[in-house]
Design a protein around this ligand. Sequence first.
Ligand code: IMP
Length: 424
Amino acid sequence: MTTAILGMQWGDEGKGKITHLLAREADMVVRYNGGPNAGHTVIDRGEKFGIHLLPVGAFYRNARCVLASGMVIDLPVLREEYDLIVDHLKWEPEIVIAENAHVILPYHKLLEELEGGGSRIGTTRRGIGPAYSDKAARVGIRAGDLLHPDRLCKKLAQKINLLKQTWPDSPEISSLSADLLAKDLLAAAEPFLGSIKNAMPIIAQALKRGDNVLFEGAQGALLDLDFGTYPFVTSSSTTLAGLGNAIGVPCPQIDCRIGVMKAYATRVGQGPFPTRVTGKLGNFLQQAGNEFGVTTGRPRGCGWLDLVALKHAVALNDPTILAITKLDVLSGLDEIKICGAYQLGERETKTFLISAEELALCEPIYESLAGWKQAIRGTTDYESLPRAARTYLERISQELQIPIGIVSTGPSPEETINIGFDRY
Ligand code: IMP
């Protein structure tokens, strides 16, 4: 049995909660892309966590957790997160780190500042772009290098030499030392050295055995490096299309593909966002939805649901069911708008524009639906939802032609409506 958790918007859809619900029954949870830019919010036994690197399966004894090769890993962050969870759980989750996953180093964060990625794109400033750039440029450090300290030092020295030639005027770059970096890295990685393995056969065997394997995606389809709103995207493949390559299994059979989407839209960082609303309504959504980044604390821009963008995400993720989160946040509104097309100059289009420049020129064409006043936080039964809320959900499902399996009505696992979904 295989399941994938796939973000359908610009990240922050609530994938953490859905993964946490499903991981209860999983034998293996594989996080396959991104790094500490992600912030998966999980409430485990009443305690709230913002998980950046560990697969969310770490909260359950039954789940073996794999950090797959599509990830970039910041070892001190992983160490901190692991220790926090061990303290909460009182036992040590089993993890596997793919030997070919790349490692984020302090100079990646430095480069992000020097190259201006933080301000130009509004990145999370976690060194994600520079770490993936090094991977593509074949000058990266991989987890497997940590098992060979001499090799690690040699590679670091080569990279640092290159950096010093490129940035002769940077005092931070000038002060880098390969030996010191290697020492710090190995100290942070010390508890994980036995976990660094070739993850490819481990995942492949679990799939072959028919284990219950859950793939945990990070970010969302609209932040995909190739098919998102480039250049305002992250540096990894965030979609189902990218999953196979990120784990090293050709065309993995994923029986259940859960498209996770918020009942409205949010975006953090720079880049076009056609349905963004500002003013009173924008503030309402931001406050009611607590729309502040888990990783950076930045306020997220908020807006109406964009069916044009969601249909693009459907094409990339091919979901078999939808999980709609934060429906409770919309309670109290007189009307709810939904964007079904864009106006681009003289032309009306229902096709998403993958050129960020063109998307920025699009004006949303809205349809208005009735809102509902009743608070629905914590509702667990679909029939108890106000009629207008059900109409809204049914409209989304009809437009995207995908059934809804889960509706989230609050951050806790109990605050969930299960609509005939049999996987948790
Ligand atoms: P980076 O991934 O830090 O390079 O940031 C690139 C873009 O992706 C920025 O707009 C970030 O705000 C956004 N981003 C990256 N990770 C997440 C996430 O987990 N949730 C929401 N936005 C994200």
